[in-house]
Design a protein around this ligand. Structure first.
Ligand code: XUL
Ligand code: CO
Length: 438
């Protein structure tokens, strides 16, 4: 390969479950048809730019361990072009259909926003060519409104209207680039849209600012004819102590309050769900129930540390439950499975970067296959259906339609005064059933 970064590594292809060498997809078989759809079209896997090509391997106690050549000193635009070459080499090496990026991942900031935008647009020109050559597509773009010190007190929720305006201008360009590259979605993650202390914060005002900002984004989407979905990515904290887009339920309440519930959906990240005290499948099921499920940022948090560790997802039983919820909701439309995952600080080789994606793609594929088998088997779904079957009787359906009053229900109960009989929830049976498929 032209950059030399992946020298010695062969293109990763499907080798089947019995292959001994872990270098190769054992379960991610893109053309395999699952529930009537190709696996690639079910999962819509995407490689993220930031963890794979921008993160140098630092932690709070030490810096760069990766020492990538495009991060060394030199002309920043030269490095951005080299990074783009490496990125597209990796997309092809892994045969991945999509990628994702923040504006600041792909190009350096200039002295002014105009200069920064020009840098982003110049790299987007290169992307446009490479995408046409390779067939790799953009799952989503986004703007980094959290790294630069100007955003330390927030972007849309900043007390300073000049920062709000700056953020709007930056998002406008990121949306333009996303549209130009045919992005299937545009994501907003409110990294610093929250607060550190209520003592310096007008919470109501900040929520109104965020509501207005998001409305402007939606208005601009319609003005420009962008066909992708606008997605909010919930996260409860980190970097701010409390973030306004805490979890799926909070985001839904926020969207309702500002009349945006039919315009914006959610991008749910596994690690963020855990940070919020939920399971991943809870967040997926709730988003489906509320009609705002959009896309997934796939990773896993360390269950001990309480940090957003963004590890590659490798736990098949967990993934099976996640894809069970995704499939039950009808699967992805514009969304997909974005690896918001980074290799560990000690995994310094190019081969580690490839192996992380292979291993996680395989775990995800096994999760999908298990979920599809659970659906085809039908016993889990059938149990739930039976559990609520009483509600299909006309006299009970009428209750939910609003045709029956509290007094009428009281009369109905007192007509016989029979004690309702509890029925088993059969949790252990259902959990054992799941284990037949993973
Ligand atoms: C941060 C995070 C972001 C978003 C995009 O925790 O997940 O990378 O996915 O801004
Ligand atoms: Co994310």
């Amino acid at each position: 390969m032209a950059t030399g970064f992946f020298d010695g590594l062969e293109p990763v292809r499907f080798v089947g479950p019995d292959a001994k060498d872990p270098y190769g997809y054992r379960f991610y078989d893109k053309d395999r048809v699952v529930l009537g759809k190709r696996m690639e079209d079910h999962l819509r896997l995407a490689i993220c730019y930031w963890h794979s090509f921008c993160w140098p391997g630092g932690d709070p106690f030490g810096g760069d361990t990766f020492q990538r050549k495009w991060m060394a000193a030199g002309d920043p635009m030269e490095q951005a072009r080299l990074k783009a070459d490496v990125a597209f080499e990796m997309f092809q090496l892994l045969d991945m259909p999509f990628f994702t990026f923040h504006d600041r991942d792909i190009a350096p900031e200039g002295a002014t926003l105009a200069e920064s935008n020009a840098n982003v647009n110049a790299i987007a020109d290169i992307f446009e060519k490479k995408m046409a050559e390779t067939g790799v597509k953009l799952l989503w773009g986004t703007a980094n409104l959290f790294s630069n010190r100007r955003f330390m007190s927030g972007a849309a929720t900043n007390p300073d209207p000049e920062i709000f305006a700056y953020s709007a201008a930056q998002v406008k360009n990121a949306m333009d680039v996303t549209k130009r590259l045919g992005g299937a979605n545009y994501v907003l993650w409110g990294g610093r849209e929250g607060y550190e202390t209520l003592l310096n914060t007008d919470l109501k005002r900040e929520l109104d600012q965020l509501g207005r900002f998001l409305s402007m984004v939606v208005e601009y989407k319609h003005k420009t004819g962008f066909k992708g979905t606008i997605l909010i990515e919930p996260k409860p904290q980190e970097p701010t102590k409390h973030q306004y887009d805490y979890d799926v339920a909070t985001v839904f309440g926020f969207l309702k309050a500002y009349g945006l519930e039919n315009e914006v959906k959610v991008n749910i990240e596994q690690g963020h769900a855990i940070l919020a005290g939920h399971s991943f499948e809870h967040e997926l099921a709730l988003a489906n129930a509320l009609g705002i499920f959009g896309s997934v940022d796939m990773n896993r948090n360390d269950y001990q540390s309480g940090w957003d560790t963004d590890q590659f997802a490798m736990n098949v039983p967990e993934l099976a439950l996640a894809y069970y919820e995704i499939l039950k909701g009808g699967g992805f439309t514009t969304g997909g499975t974005n690896f918001d995952s980074k290799i560990r600080r000690q995994s310094i080789d190019a081969a580690d970067l490839i192996q992380g994606h292979i291993g996680s793609a395989d775990a995800i594929a096994r999760g999908l296959l298990a979920a599809a088998a659970m659906i085809e088997d039908g016993r889990l779904g059938g149990f739930v259906e039976d559990r609520y079957a009483g509600w299909s009787k006309p006299e009970n359906a009428a209750i939910l339609k609003g045709d029956v009053s509290l007094e009428a229900l009281a009369d109905r109960v007192h007509a016989t005064d029979l004690e309702p009989q509890p029925k088993s929830g059969r949790q252990e049976y259902l959990e054992s059933l799941v284990n037949l498929f993973v």
